[in-house]
Design a binder for this molecule. Structure first.
Ligand code: NAI
Length: 307
């Protein structure tokens, strides 16, 4: 099986550097017509220039591919609409949207200003919301769409000094989990990648041993698969870097039912804490309804057993 994107139009946000650039090169090399979006600012997301997006467009064209640049910020509704509109103007539609643009302003929560917190949420979470919202109706109408969100280990597991970034990144998982349901019957998939790659954003955190191994291309291979026509899986979170690929799950443990006659006191819960936290029989759920229904079935079984 050869995966190609001939006839497909891909929008990649933040594609002027790092991971986005690598995704854009891969998709274009395999036939996609690409919108290379990038604000061209600093790692913090400040400033702006056309040079980052222009350089990637030039690279794609030099290799025989088709691409146009877009310099709007993802962080406003108008920016999101303009990015998607530029794809429609140049190529007529959007089939693939890779929400990759990101900034980083680190500080302990104690010291972080609300302004800096919002500046990061606005790009990572709201940027993905604005771009996806602008592309969504078209994808539903054409019964085809491949949306990739870029989450992060920091969001999934936490990171000191990364409260703004982590909050935005885990929120993308919530967005994906709902949109995967809304796109399901229209062949619109939504997945998350949790990348590890040496880029200008991450290079300070990299060590000499693993840093050189973490090339963005390893992440782009996964993104390429998630954007493939034949790949219909949706709602997956995949961690990747340096040739490592692993699914990350949100699971609920088997739990314990402590009766419905009266609410247990906190001391009783303390006595059952190990069982409550036991994940050995944990399982995933397709949606909130399934998760709640599963818990309630257990409660009702307990009631029946009590007569
Ligand atoms: P990068 O800094 O090389 O690339 C991010 C790009 O996004 C930059 O070119 C920047 O100009 C652009 N950008 C920033 N704000 C923008 C805005 N408002 N509108 C449009 N473009 C904007 O960083 P990297 O590492 O390639 O990051 C790509 C994505 O991967 C980000 O979402 C990041 O949070 C995520 N990520 C990266 C990891 C890594 O190990 N490099 C780890 C986990 C997540």
């Amino acid at each position: 099986m050869t995966i190609r994107y001939d006839g497909r139009v891909a929008v990649i946000t933040g594609a002027g550097n790092g991971l986005g650039r690598s995704h854009a090169l891969l998709l274009a090399a395999r036939g996609a017509r690409v919108v290379v979006n990038d604000l061209g600012g600093s790692v913090a997301g400040r400033g702006g220039s056309h040079s980052a997006a222009d350089a990637v467009v030039a690279e794609i064209r030099a290799a025989g591919g088709e691409a146009v640049a877009n310099y709007d910020s993802v962080a406003t509704p108008e920016g999101g609409e303009a990015i998607i509109q530029s794809a429609c103007d140049a190529f007529g539609k959007v089939d693939i949207l890779i929400n990759n643009a990101g900034n980083n302003i680190q500080n302990s929560f104690r010291k972080m200003s609300i302004e800096d917190f919002k500046a990061v949420v606005d790009v990572h979470l709201m940027g993905a919301v604005y771009c996806t919202k602008a592309a969504w109706q078209g994808m539903l109408d054409q019964q085809y769409g491949r949306v990739v969100m870029t989450t992060s280990a920091a969001g999934l597991f936490g990171g000191h000094g990364l409260g703004n970034y982590a909050a935005a990144k885990i929120a993308l998982v919530g967005l994906m989990n709902s949109l995967k349901l809304e796109g399901r019957n229209r062949n619109v998939t939504v997945n998350c990648v949790a990348p590890m790659a040496t880029t200008r954003m991450s290079e300070e955190a990299m060590d000499d041993k693993t840093g050189p191994l973490l090339q963005p291309e390893f992440v782009s291979s996964l993104v390429g698969l998630l954007c493939a026509e034949d790949h219909t899986g949706s709602g997956d979170i995949i961690s990747t870097g340096a040739g490592y690929y692993a699914k990350i799950g949100i699971l609920e443990g088997a739990g314990v039912c402590l009766g419905t006659q009266a609410a247990p006191d906190p001391e009783t819960l303390a006595g059952h804490w190990a069982e409550i936290c036991d994940l050995s029989e944990a399982q995933p759920f397709d949606d909130a309804f399934s998760a709640v229904a599963h818990s309630m079935r257990k409660v009702l079984r307990g009631l029946k057993a009590q007569g």
